[in-house]
Design a binder for this molecule. Structure first.
Ligand code: F2R
Ligand code: MG
Ligand code: MG
Ligand code: MG
Length: 307
């Protein structure tokens, strides 16, 4: 019988990789200059490279480069590999993997400030793995969405540990005095719900204005959650696409931090719909999909034996 949970683990990790590889072509562009046709054209090209008979790329396309992943996947790979290798979280080891991966392969479009963290970590020989990140922005820390873009392997690893807390409590705990600005995620959930349930697609301006599409976490994570939810409903020009495909395509049309929003939305959609919903043609054209499938198997094994 079909292993539903394993399919969801694979869907989450592969969905994240595809959101990154397909979304990165559009990173930093305004929604106005993208449009659903351009995204469909890019995906159509990728689909035309696929040969269902061999479940791989067409013979004359095999020399073409795969769509590259960016920092989103580079770092998620390190999270997965470190959790698997240590059968748990080892901060020093994970910091070392992030940093070494960066210096081995720096041109993956990393955030402008995190590269300072990699250097400081390396210079201190990973002595205090938390310190360099804590020092960022005068001790404020980074509000970049890097944490969210790479986190997927962690909830898979900890799948059975089940200590998810209520969002408001998490946000409250980290603050001294409470104002609405201290609950950036909890306070946006009503808007996410409203936009997701709306039958007519909200205008792109409304979404980019109210939810955001930038590299800050609080102006991109809600947008990814919304994209996943909204893609289960009708979207013009995407009638012949399944909800996983719609999630990725729609998230990209919102512009801005497209690779990261599509990677986060793709992880959620992949976990929800399972690996069977993810087109084989997309999988065949993107770098690191095979590793994502392997990591999913390994994390699944670890999470089922960790009780
Ligand atoms: N970096 C990018 N995209 C832009 C450039 C792409 C490529 N290099 C190109 O040239 O085309 N994408 C990647 O970065 C995002 C994830 O960022 P992460 O890992 O959180 O990094 P960082 O450096 O910590 O934060 C990113 C920037 O956010 C601003 N910022 C963060 N915290 C701040 C604070 N407390 N005060 C002021 N500014 C803050 C800074 O400008 C940081 O450099 C993903 O999109 C990934 O795809
Ligand atoms: Mg990126
Ligand atoms: Mg890495
Ligand atoms: Mg990005």
């Amino acid at each position: 019988s079909k292993n539903v949970l394993l399919s969801k683990f694979k869907g989450a990790l592969v969905g994240a990789v595809l959101g990154d590889c397909i979304g990165s072509e559009f990173e930093g562009l305004w929604a106005k200059s993208i449009g659903v046709e351009k995204v469909l054209k890019s995906i159509g090209k990728l689909e035309s490279e696929y040969d269902p008979a061999t479940d791989g790329r067409k013979a004359d396309k095999q020399d073409m480069l795969l769509r590259d992943y960016t920092d989103d996947t580079a770092m998620a790979r390190s999270v997965a590999q470190s959790l698997i290798e240590n059968k748990g979280f080892d901060a020093k080891h994970m910091a070392k993997m992030f940093s070494e991966e960066y210096f081995k392969d720096p041109y993956r479009g990393y955030g402008g400030s995190i590269i300072t963290v990699f250097s400081k970590l390396k210079d201190a020989e990973f002595a205090d793995p938390y310190k360099p990140a804590a020092e960022q922005f005068d001790g404020e820390g980074s509000y970049g969405n890097g944490g969210a873009m790479r986190i997927v392997p962690a909830p898979l690893f900890a799948y059975r540990q089940n200590d998810v807390q209520h969002l408001t409590l998490i946000e409250a705990k980290s603050k001294r005095e409470a104002t609405p600005f201290d609950f950036p995620y909890a306070s946006i959930t009503d808007d996410i719900r409203k936009y997701a349930l709306q039958d007519d697609l909200p205008s792109t301006e409304e979404i980019t204005g109210n939810l955001g599409t930038d590299i800050s976490a609080y102006r991109s994570v809600p947008t990814a959650v919304y994209s996943f939810l909204r893609a289960s409903k009708h979207i013009d020009k995407l009638e012949d696409r399944n909800s996983f495909e719609k999630t990725i395509i729609y998230a990209i049309t919102l512009g801005g931090d497209t690779d990261t929003i599509a990677t986060m939305a793709g992880a959620i959609a992949g976990a929800w719909y399972g690996i069977e919903a993810i087109p084989k043609s997309w999988q065949a054209s993107c770098e690191s999909v095979e590793d994502a499938l392997k990591f999913a198997e390994q994390l699944y094994e670890l999470s089922s034996t960790s009780e």
